[in-house]
Design a protein around this ligand. Sequence first.
Ligand SMILES: Nc1ncnc2c1ncn2[C@@H]1O[C@H](COP(=O)(O)OP(=O)(O)O)[C@@H](O)[C@H]1O
Ligand SMILES: [Mg+2]
Length: 313
Amino acid sequence: MTIATSIDDTAVTRASGGDERAVIRVRDLSVTYEVEHPVRAVRDVSFDLIQGEILGLAGESGCGKTTLAYAINRLHKPPAVISSGSITFHDRSGTDIDLLGLDERSLEQFRWDKLSMVFQGAMNALNPVISIRAQLEDVLIAHRPRMRRAERRRLAGDVLDRVGVGRDRLASFPHELSGGMRQRVMIAMALLLEPQVMIMDEPTTALDVVVQREILREIVRLRDELDFAVIFITHDLPLLLEISDRIAVMLDGEIVELDTARRIHDEPRHPYTRKLLGSFPSLTGDRGSFIRTGAAIDDGASAASTDEGQDAR
Ligand SMILES: Nc1ncnc2c1ncn2[C@@H]1O[C@H](COP(=O)(O)OP(=O)(O)O)[C@@H](O)[C@H]1O
Ligand SMILES: [Mg+2]
């Protein structure tokens, strides 16, 4: 990891520019569905996504998680409208990009390249009759038009190796692969251009529990290797406690609490967070089996070794 392994509260909550390690800075963002009775699905949401962290976004169905994810990537469609706020992306080269100011062409370049997304049903978005290789290479052709064919093939193979599918499946067609394998291919595609941020909206919800855990381990390992930041969305708070560095809790379109995973678990402040925790009675003492391999953001008191120590008990 290239970032600090501890975070102090003042750095996170500093009211002026926010955390200086932020890769995405969302401020006072509101998204409204302009229907007959307008629904403000996201209400004045502000947070920083820190380079290299896994930020979990929790909250029950309908609270606005997907609306927020789409808005950050500007993938929202009418009747959804961003009614106020700002989203700033801090590029590796040091440039701040105003995401709400990008035109459609710039957005197309931006997506996949700097920020990619994997959705619950993403695996079904693959064309069943086009080879995995061709679909991966298409992303490279669109975003790296000058790249040579041999280089494209090598990268497509490398990225499949990375996600545990293996380059020997390059010639396969999606319909020949299981759901879990296809979702891994989508993660490979999301990683292909080495984005700084990956947004994952319930990416494993449709998969069985064993496959789901394998893929989660893979995501944590890939983050450790490649140092991208992740916004990981799910209604499953216990799952987030295992994989996240920090967790934001969303209720009725607002983020009501945002803190390190450990503090969300040990000292939840908002009644709704307590309710979410309380509704999972299996979580009594420790945080269960911890699959984080390297905590990017934590509060110093909870180094990864401590967590492993708890597992052994
Ligand atoms: N197309 C739509 N038209 C009107 N309201 C919508 C539409 N899509 C979502 N909403 C509203 O936005 C709220 C948030 O939805 P969503 O972001 O999908 O929640 P989540 O992902 O947390 O389940 C919902 O409660 C719903 O009422
Ligand atoms: Mg959703």
